[in-house]
Design a protein around this ligand. Structure first.
Ligand code: SF4
Length: 445
């Protein structure tokens, strides 16, 4: 049977591996055992030396790189990372997990894009690894891990307070009876069979809970524990004088993996027609955006600022290639410390809101929260990395939607005939003025 540490490195078995691990300084030395597991993994690509981790640091970087490339690279090659799904990698994988958490905790802290990538990558890796097992093995592993995570048979929903408040899990994902979370079939039948008429309670159980919810809870609990561990490392590192240079070296590699991914797949390349993120050029704005900047005087004021203008300026400034790339990113992926959002985008949005008659925030100051939500930072009064992901970063409205919902804004000129989204208009104008190159039509929403 596979060790539970293959799925949950924070388990007792995983912690035991860490207790036995050697000196940190040896982790950048070539490790024949790691290489051996990798090259003997079925379907692993060994033709490219770059795909083979040679030591613990390489393995840690590959572990994160798998997630980033899988998410962003349209040419992602699974065979370069097959070893991550070979359970014989467990011991080395567990150590590389701890190294990554420590490097991220020491250098970047829990509210960083590096921490978020680490936590999300752990979630995805568990999910992908479990999907490779047979149903019986998967059920057994999940049961074993959940039993160790949930000490009591009956768990109150308040037990999941942290996961619920960090939005890793939604209350509506859970089935409850008198505040107790129902996970087992026996409990479900005991609680609900009298209320289920003319239907098979077993089938209803499988539909509402089954393995799906158990795996989700297990996954989110381990993600939360990963985040808590990074937080603990960070707190501890603040009391220490000098972090270990190995961890700083790894932290730098992690940061490079993240930055490279967005340079290569996300934005600001500027060759082959790709569009660089750059300061906004208001001369290239389409007629609809110029009208908003002049001030909304009639109906549609709130929607024009919140649903139309905020997504337009944020994408035009930070990720103009969104439709062509078709890669989902968060604001912090392209503006890591949110300085562009704070210093350029929000002032521009607030300025446009101020131009309205009556000024938007004068009678509805609470709408600032909605603006933050459209940028992906949830319903909060400030944009803060710790809330990012609670809502989605809205993509700019298509011309069709503008015509339907905000018809007074659409005063097309001749460039409008060739585009389907105000963002494409902006890019085309930049291209015509020589500020970018190439054809920029993409899959517009
Ligand atoms: S056609 Fe599109 S870009 Fe042109 S004014 Fe209308 S909504 Fe704006």
């Amino acid at each position: 049977m596979v060790s539970v540490a293959f799925i949950n490195p924070l388990s007792v078995e995983g912690r035991q591996v860490v207790r036995e691990m050697g000196n940190l300084d040896s982790f950048r030395e070539e490790n024949g055992d790691i290489i051996n597991v990798v090259i003997h993994t079925r379907s692993q690509d060994i033709s490219d030396e770059e795909s083979i981790p040679h030591n613990y640091l390489d393995l840690a970087v590959k572990r994160l790189e798998w997630y980033i490339k899988k998410r962003n690279d349209p040419n992602f090659d699974y065979n370069k990372y097959s070893f991550l799904f070979n359970y014989k990698i467990t011991r080395f994988d567990v150590i590389s997990f701890y190294l990554l958490c420590q490097a991220v905790g020491v250098k970047f802290g829990p509210n960083s894009r590096e921490s978020r990538a680490m936590v999300e990558s752990q979630g995805k890796l568990m999910e992908s690894r479990l999907s490779e097992f047979s149903r019986i093995d998967r059920e057994e592993l999940i049961k074993k891990i959940l039993d160790s995570l949930l000490n009591d048979e009956r768990v109150k929903w308040t037990f999941f307070e942290d996961i619920l408040s960090s939005h890793k899990l939604k209350l509506e994902d859970l089935v409850m009876d008198h505040g107790n979370i129902i996970l087992n079939k026996e409990d479900f039948i005991e609680s609900f069979s009298s209320k289920i008429q003319h239907r098979d309670p077993d089938k209803i159980y499988n539909m509402m809970i089954g393995d799906k919810i158990k795996e989700l809870i297990m996954n989110r609990m381990i993600m939360q524990k990963t985040e808590d561990y990074i937080y603990k490392v960070h707190q501890k590192s603040r009391r220490e004088i000098e972090p270990n240079p190995i961890l700083l070296e790894l932290a730098e590699k992690v940061s490079n993996v993240l930055s490279e991914s967005f340079t290569s797949y996300g934005y600001k390349v500027g060759v082959n027609g790709e569009v660089k993120a750059a300061p906004l050029n208001s001369n290239a704005f389409p007629p609809c955006v110029k009208l908003v900047l002049e001030g909304m005087k009639s109906g549609g004021r709130n929607d024009a600022i919140i649903l139309f203008f905020t997504p337009f300026v944020s994408y035009a400034r930070l990720y103009p290639d969104v439709f062509r790339k078709n890669v989902t990113v968060k604001v912090s992926d392209v503006d890591p410390n949110l300085s562009v959002v704070q210093n350029e985008i929000l002032p521009l949005v607030y300025g446009a809101a101020e131009q309205c008659t009556p000024p938007l925030f004068e009678d509805q100051p609470q709408e600032k929260v909605n603006i933050n939500a459209k940028l992906g930072f949830g319903m909060h009064t400030t944009v803060d990395l710790k809330h990012e992901g609670e809502s989605i970063w809205y993509t700019p409205m298509s011309c069709e939607k503008v015509k339907l919902h905000l018809p007074s804004l659409c005063k097309p000129d001749k460039t409008c005939k060739r585009i389907g989204n105000p963002l494409s208009y902006y890019i085309r104008k930049l291209w015509e003025s020589g500020e970018t190159n190439g054809d920029h039509e993409g899959n517009e929403e």
